[in-house]
Write a protein that binds this ligand. Structure first.
Ligand SMILES: O=c1[nH]cnc2c1ncn2[C@@H]1O[C@H](CO)[C@@H](O)[C@H]1O
Ligand SMILES: [Zn+2]
Length: 384
């Protein structure tokens, strides 16, 4: 009896449910990433090497460590437009088949190393044509790179699946062409479509033809909306364009009123629609702090949206510019909101449900990979 009481006490102090996950647990927990830019996630050392190989001379630093810091600081501008200027350097070194292959392979390897089991990684093929590659050659180089990265990850004891999202730049006029490209490669590595770039002045409806085309083809797309611009952008993305998911979507918070005195919450029509329809929000906390879309982790809308059970997901956006990883994004949120492994599991299941691969594969990932992975971590204390 006495020993049982002791055991009970030990259970409660060592017991997983009450504990904040450790850094090691966060890294080992299976994670799902829906919003990550290929040209925003290069290893600094790779940029330096590729610049040397391809004769690109405009890098602001040629020492890999200093270059990594330069990207983070330059991206820390408080403005999306200035944040986006840093991509000139990464795109500049991604203009050959070999470079695209290498960057894609390393991307898959790095994500797998960080415990990501499923990722949708996006990039804009139209930004990789400067040395004469065709759109098709760009897509095939990246797809081959992802397959190579998956193989290398497997050889290192990790399992990851990576799908590509093809992005069209919202200031340009190639969205329909890129949407057609995404459709052509839908059975060979491309799982969907997106638009990105400066939001103010470039509303989603500018590219309505691309979205209508994809809907007719029963294909999937997400739209960067509600990041640097507010509710009208989100409303257009959903109600005019028919987006399956929202890239960021943080500004949906502008349609939610919290009563300071009794804490009661009132959702506007758009926020209610987003929650009722289970529209996935691809949230990227660190990126939002850098572009000024949020002021601190503790004040990030993720906390309230999670509490209100919006379908929130955790994402990296640009690992290079934000000096981040999926584990780090979770660490920040856990630090700010006291989340447990169960919260991580909840958002990870949210993300997997929202992926663009077929339903049976999503379900199998949830039941055969994600849930067993968290169960394994949660049961550790029993054997300590
Ligand atoms: O947070 C973001 N908001 C809008 N556009 C972005 C963001 N991060 C990257 N890109 C843009 O997407 C392109 C293709 O990957 C990048 O080159 C960058 O211009
Ligand atoms: Zn993005």
């Amino acid at each position: 009896m006495t020993s049982q009481t002791t055991k009970q006490t030990t259970q409660q102090t060592a017991g997983q449910p009450l504990n904040t996950p450790t850094a090691d647990q966060i890294r080992r927990a299976p994670k799902v990433l829906l919003h990550d830019h290929l040209d925003g996630g290069l290893r600094p050392a790779t940029i330096v090497e590729l610049a040397r190989e391809t004769g690109y001379e405009n890098l602001p630093e040629t020492d890999a460590d200093k270059l990594g810091i330069w990207f983070r600081e330059a991206a820390d501008s408080g403005s999306l437009e200035r944040y986006l200027e840093t991509f000139a350097h990464t795109c500049a070194v991604m203009q050959t088949r070999d470079a695209l292959f290498r960057v894609a392979a390393e991307c898959a390897e790095d994500l797998a190393e960080d415990g990501v089991v499923y990722a949708e990684v996006r990039y804009a093929p139209e930004q990789h044509l400067e040395n004469g590659l065709t759109l098709e050659e760009v897509v095939e180089a990246v797809n081959d790179g992802f397959r190579e990265g998956e193989r290398r990850a497997r050889a290192n004891g990790h399992r990851i699946r990576v799908g590509a999202l093809l992005t069209a730049m919202r200031h340009a006029a190639r969205a329909l062409e890129i949407a057609e490209l995404a459709n052509r490669y839908r059975d060979t590595g491309v799982v969907g479509f997106d638009i990105a770039g400066a939001e103010a002045g470039f509303p989603p409806t500018r590219h309505l033809d691309a979205f209508e085309y994809l809907k007719r083809e029963n294909n999937h797309f997400t739209i960067h909306a509600g990041e640097a611009f507010g509710l009208p952008s989100i409303w257009q993305a959903l109600q005019w364009c028919g987006a399956d998911r929202l890239g960021h979507g943080v500004r949906i918070i502008d349609d939610i009123e919290v009563d300071e005195t009794d804490g009661s919450v009132k959702l506007g029509r758009l926020a209610a629609y987003v929650r009722d329809k289970r529209i996935p929000l691809e949230m990227c906390p660190t990126s939002n702090l850098q572009t000024g879309a949020a002021t601190s982790y503790a004040d990030h809308p993720f906390g309230l949206l999670r509490k209100l059970q919006f379908r929130v997901t955790v994402n990296t956006d640009n690992r290079l510019m934000s000096g981040t990883s999926m584990s780090r994004e979770f660490e920040h949120l856990i630090g700010a909101f006291g989340y447990t492994l169960d919260d991580m599991l909840w958002t990870t299941v949210n993300a997997m449900k929202s992926a663009f691969i077929p339903f049976d594969e999503r379900l199998a990932m949830i039941s055969d990979v994600i849930k067993p992975g968290y169960a394994e971590l949660k049961s550790q204390w029993l054997f300590q």
